[in-house]
Design a protein around this ligand. Structure first.
Ligand SMILES: C[S@@+](CC[C@H](N)C(=O)[O-])C[C@H]1O[C@@H](n2cnc3c(N)ncnc32)[C@H](O)[C@@H]1O
Length: 214
């Protein structure tokens, strides 16, 4: 079975699917950071090449809640947001049977549709709290083992936060995901996907697709 992992240079998800026996092409306008079949260019050049599954990580720069703060009275930002939404919409509506698209919480929910699932990396073994939305076509939501906030099983771990002094909160502290410890200027590192969710996608969706093959 053929998988396209779109907008991925890290090959974290690609290699998780290779491990489950898929013929995987990763695609990004950037070069791949690891060996493997990679198309460096626009995903729409190859999207109709007969893939059974696509997982995509479209850029969120103009789609997040934070990005929306810069929108009022800024036609350049409006245009970039429309382009980003169109890119997302075209991925979601491409002619591939099984599709999963990842993005943070943002305007896709308002203008396209709400996500099918919202998860955090710490649900799947990485200690990072980060709301991660999944829009799914013909795929089930990922299952994870967590029960009433008691981390009783092997997949979920405690989330890790960092605290900074703040003048705007009552406690004098603001709480951030440990991911933000990297600081500004590390967008490339921060946008890499998380191994636990990648493994869960590969394991659960491969099994689902094999069981639903007709
Ligand atoms: C948020 S990052 C996702 C990174 C990914 N999670 C990873 O681990 O490699 C979005 C990526 O989309 C890529 N991108 C933007 N436009 C693209 C296009 N038209 N075709 C393919 N990739 C594109 C960017 O270069 C960027 O690497």
């Amino acid at each position: 079975m053929k998988a396209l992992i779109a907008c991925e240079y890290s090959r974290i998800v690609s290699d998780a699917f290779v491990a489950k026996g898929w013929d995987v092409t990763s695609c990004d306008i950037l070069p791949s950071e690891k060996p493997g079949k990679h198309y460096q260019g626009d995903v729409f050049d190859i999207i109709n090449d007969g893939y059974d599954l696509m997982i995509a990580f479209p850029p969120c720069t103009y789609l997040t809640v934070a990005a929306n703060r810069h929108i009022p009275n800024n036609p350049d930002r409006w245009q970039k947001q429309v382009e980003a939404l169109t890119f997302f919409y075209n991925l979601l509506n491409s002619n591939i049977k099984y599709i999963g698209i990842e993005n943070p919480v943002g305007v896709v929910s308002t203008y396209i549709r709400k996500p099918d699932q919202i998860i955090h990396p710490y649900y799947f073994g990485d200690n990072i709290p980060k709301k991660t939305c999944l829009w799914l076509k013909n795929l089930p939501p990922l299952t994870y083992a967590m029960h009433d906030n008691l981390f009783e099983t092997k997949t979920a771990v405690e989330p890790e936060y960092v605290y900074y002094n703040s003048k705007t909160t009552k406690s004098g502290k603001s709480k951030y995901s440990v991911l933000w410890k990297l600081g500004k200027g590390h967008g490339h590192e921060r946008s890499k996907f998380h191994q636990g969710i990648a493994t869960a996608m590969a394991e659960q969706w491969t099994e689902y697709i094999l069981n639903n093959k007709n």
